[in-house]
Design a protein around this ligand. Structure first.
Ligand code: PLP
Length: 462
């Protein structure tokens, strides 16, 4: 299986190379040359299987011969062993035909753990046999950073630097990033917002001399291996509601478009998904784009669902690549336009292609709080604000097809917003109860690229 860039001008890579690289050298994102499909019988056979068994079947065709079957099975088993729920991604019912997929039973209580725990294992296995060392730099609006630190801390072949927007993450998120005692972990609080952090990251990837010197590796959702790991729970949940014999739809609280893009891949692989509903908070660039055809950046408006507070939605580029008939040059052109003018118009044909699969909705802050409150009253479920954005949008899209809304984080990760909406302060699971007593370790940074690169060189000795 070969991986190609969405901008058509970077070398083709193997799965392992694409995983260790992250962003392509032409600025694009890697995608498989063609998406393998699973047969009706293969999907039907998943009924009753464990999460790990389904994970193997779904991901195996994408990884080629990177790992033997036995190795890959072991890595999958180790990735999910630390989860606090045997089903890994349990499905609950909220209302007739509306279901909630709980993706917050991993070590940092957000869906990011599904991908990050797995790629921590895959990196370790791959670097372990080559003896190479890499520097992982990640930008986070909160959850990616904590998940990455939890997955990579203490590993011998990896330094991990996490950039997060100072003052814009919840206290639980911050503490999950700043309290790891391992010497290979570096939490960096940057003056600015998530887009500042993501911009710095992209600039470092585009500085080839620096990139090669520190052997930069990216674990943001631009990393294909992360998207791939998330495809699995679309299968496990849909099968438990009767797929492939019955269709399902999904509503996905969306920021960088990585999670919902995994649903798009599941659909391409043959999972009968009717609609993928993009749920956004007041940072609604994707909703506006799907509605009007214009992708127009705006300022980030901080919200109670901070992991979705972004304007440049990186993985949307992958959907655009398909919508533009897989013409890298066309994608490169709209991305250049975005960079120079802050906006571009999606062509009629591409917009139509996107609308065949995706639909969207947007909720305000008040509606998010109301959704937390009514879901507790009507379904006895305490939702985090991101999941509440999802359920609020999903309610407008319920119909004959079962709807699965993704619950992307545990309510205890965002206790202030949950308490404000319901009067109930959600408690951390017992395995994390000492988080507020642990010592914090963090470096404050401006948004200056040169200073950041100097710090990384110094800390890694590269
Ligand atoms: C990352 C995150 C999202 C957004 O996911 P994307 O893949 O960036 O679209 C939503 N909710 C939570 C809790 C997250 O951590």
């Amino acid at each position: 299986m070969k991986y190609i860039s969405t901008r058509g001008a970077a070398p083709e890579l193997s799965f392992e190379q694409a995983m260790l690289t992250g962003l392509a050298r032409d600025g694009g994102l890697y995608l498989p040359e063609s998406v393998p499909s699973l047969s009706h019988a293969q999907i039907a056979a998943m009924a009753g299987q464990s999460y790990e068994e389904i994970a193997f079947t779904v991901m195996k065709p994408f990884i080629g011969d990177t790992f033997t079957d036995a190795e890959f099975k072991t890595l999958i088993a180790q990735a999910y062993a630390g989860f606090g729920h045997d089903a890994r991604a349990p499905l609950k019912q909220l209302a007739p035909n509306h279901f909630l997929l709980e993706l917050f039973h991993g070590p940092t209580l957000a869906f990011k753990d599904f991908a990050m725990q797995l790629i921590g294992q895959l990196f370790q296995a791959s670097l372990g046999r080559s003896g190479e060392r890499v520097t992982i730099v990640g930008a986070t609006s909160g959850d990616t950073g904590s998940a990455a630190i939890e997955a990579f801390r203490g590993l011998s072949n990896v330094d991990v630097f996490i950039l997060f927007p100072h003052g814009r993450v919840s206290e639980v998120q911050r503490r999950q990033m700043t309290t790891a005692a391992d010497a290979n972990v570096h939490a960096l609080a940057v003056d600015g917002d998530f887009d500042t952090c993501q911009g710095l990251l992209k600039d470092m990837f585009n500085d080839f001399e620096f990139r090669d010197r520190v052997r930069l590796a990216g674990v943001n959702s631009i990393n294909w291996a992360r998207v791939l790991a998330q495809v699995v729970y679309y299968f496990s949940s849909a099968v438990s509601l009767g797929a492939p014999h019955r269709k399902v739809s999904f509503t996905v609280p969306t920021g960088n478009f990585g999670d919902i893009f995994a649903g798009y891949i599941a659909r391409q692989m043959g999972l009968p998904i009717e609609k993928l509903v993009i749920a956004t908070n007041q940072n609604d660039i994707l909703h506006r784009c799907l509605t009007t055809g214009v992708y127009q950046t705006d300022k980030v408006h901080p919200s109670i669902s901070p992991s979705m507070d972004i304007q440049v939605s990186s993985n949307f580029e992958r959907a655009l690549f398909d919508a533009y008939g897989r013409e890298g040059a066309a994608v490169a052109q709209v991305m250049d336009e975005l960079k120079s003018t802050g906006a571009f118009t999606v062509s009629q044909g591409a917009l139509q292609a996107l609308r065949e699969v995706f639909t969207s909705g947007r909720v305000s802050e008040a509606e998010t709080s109301a959704s937390i409150k009514t879901t507790l009253a009507q379904s006895a479920e305490l939702l985090c604000p991101h999941s509440a954005v999802g359920t609020a949008v999903a309610v407008d899209h319920l119909g004959a097809t079962p709807m699965i809304t993704l619950a992307t984080a545990h309510p205890a990760k965002f206790p202030d917003a949950v308490e404000a909406a319901t009067g109930i302060r959600p408690a951390l699971p017992p395995r994390m109860a000492d988080l507020f007593e642990r010592e914090e370790r963090v470096t404050r940074m401006t948004g200056d690229l040169a200073a950041l690169q100097a710090l990384i060189l110094e800390r890694t000795g590269a």
